[in-house]
Write a protein that binds this ligand. Structure first.
Ligand code: NAI
Length: 344
């Protein structure tokens, strides 16, 4: 089996080569992203393997199908970059539903602690032998209320960690988990209550039409003064301009972003020699209380191993059995768990 691997990075290859070779799947690595301009590179392959910033829209799906490339193997969980409705019946869309929820949840906490304890400032100061503590006052997490939007795999690990810190959790999910709400330290509430009562808000839901710009000017208005916004999920969950205004007006106390609305042309690449055209991102990065990492939350050894293993198994399942438990169909974007795994 030959798979065209788009948006390849050096850290992807070792695990994919190992699992691929062991299972008869050969990967050809392309540094370019998959989109309508690059789709011809997939000609002659059995499938494509893509990541979060590749684009599988109608044009790409039509070309893949015409070239008889029947597999789109996402090596990530989110699938908002694939036109699922249009893909139905034309290509198999496979994903890695979970590779390490711990990686993402732990990165979220790392960002939060860095931000509120000013570690990013202290690190730079001490390298310059500046041991002054002025301006580094933080606040305790213990006793604070964290609002968690999306209580799936990552959200739940994040909640467990927050509980370890002695925080209270207000949760919101379109499909609440019956066993999570204990009526005390973890409670499901309506979004408005979450916005009004949370000291920190962390996003762990997928990007859909419903969740687009969950954090916007109107919802920020409902938030507590000094609210801390954490987004390690998908960029467009946050209206970046509204967030910037919130920072400038001091309504938002801090923001930690591992994802950004317009990240696709910037993140994962070294842009240090270029003039940054995105004024909103440039202004956000310039703020002392904003921390940006470039979609790094997933990047642990354990996650990379799991991603490669599951992706190779997904591809083999489709080739050998014609179906795969991790196959998506358009219903998945409308229901919590489609569960069919049989789009064809
Ligand atoms: P999951 O599918 O286990 O959980 C998502 C939760 O969001 C589910 O409980 C679902 O019911 C809920 N949800 C769906 N629609 C909602 C709505 N309208 N409002 C509120 N909640 C809603 O997914 P998982 O693995 O926990 O991942 C969460 C998100 O994290 C993914 O969608 C992905 O965008 C992001 N992610 C980011 C990574 C990174 O490196 N920064 C890596 C992996 C995932």
């Amino acid at each position: 089996m030959r798979i065209a691997f788009f948006d390849a990075k050096p850290y992807d290859r070792p695990a994919f080569d190992r699992y691929g070779e062991a299972n008869g799947v050969q990967f050809k690595y392309f540094e370019t992203k998959l989109n309508a301009d690059t789709v011809e590179l997939a000609n002659g392959f059995d499938g494509v393997c893509i990541f979060v910033n590749d684009t599988v829209d109608k044009a790409v799906i039509d070309r893949l199908a015409a070239m008889n490339v029947r597999i789109v193997a996402l090596r990530c969980a989110g699938f908002n970059n694939v036109d699922m409705k249009y893909a139905f019946g034309k290509v198999h869309v496979l994903r890695v539903p979970a590779y390490s929820p711990y990686a993402v949840a732990e990165h979220t906490i790392a960002l939060l602690l860095t931000s509120i304890r000013r570690i990013h400032k202290a690190y730079i100061r001490s390298r310059d032998f500046n041991f002054s503590l002025n301006g580094l006052t933080g606040f305790d997490l213990h006793g604070k209320t964290v609002g968690v939007i999306g209580t799936g795999k990552i959200g739940r690990v994040f909640i467990d960690i927050c509980r370890g810190f002695g925080m209270k959790v207000l949760a919101f999910d379109k499909f609440p988990a019956k066993d999570l709400d204990n009526g005390d330290t973890v409670r499901y509430v309506e979004l408005d209550e979450l916005f009004e009562k949370s000291d920190i808000i962390s996003l762990h839901c997928p990007l859909t039409d419903e969740t687009y710009h969950t954090i916007n000017a109107e919802t920020l208005e409902k938030c507590k003064q000094g609210v801390v916004i954490l987004n390690t999920s998908r960029g467009a969950l946050v209206d970046a301009e509204a967030l910037l205004q919130g920072i400038k007006s001091r309504k938002v106390g801090a923001a930690c972003l591992d994802v950004y609305e317009e990240e696709s042309d910037l993140f994962f690449e070294d842009n240090s020699g270029h003039i940054l055209e995105d004024d909103v991102l440039a202004r956000l990065i310039s703020m002392p209380n904003v921390i940006v990492t470039s979609h790094q939350a997933f990047l642990t050894k354990e996650a990379l191993e799991n991603i490669a293993e599951t992706t190779v198994n997904n591809i083999i399942d489709i080739f050998k059995n014609g179906q795969c438990a991790n196959e998506l169909c358009f219903k998945c974007s409308e229901a919590k768990d489609c569960g069919t795994g049989k789009c064809f």
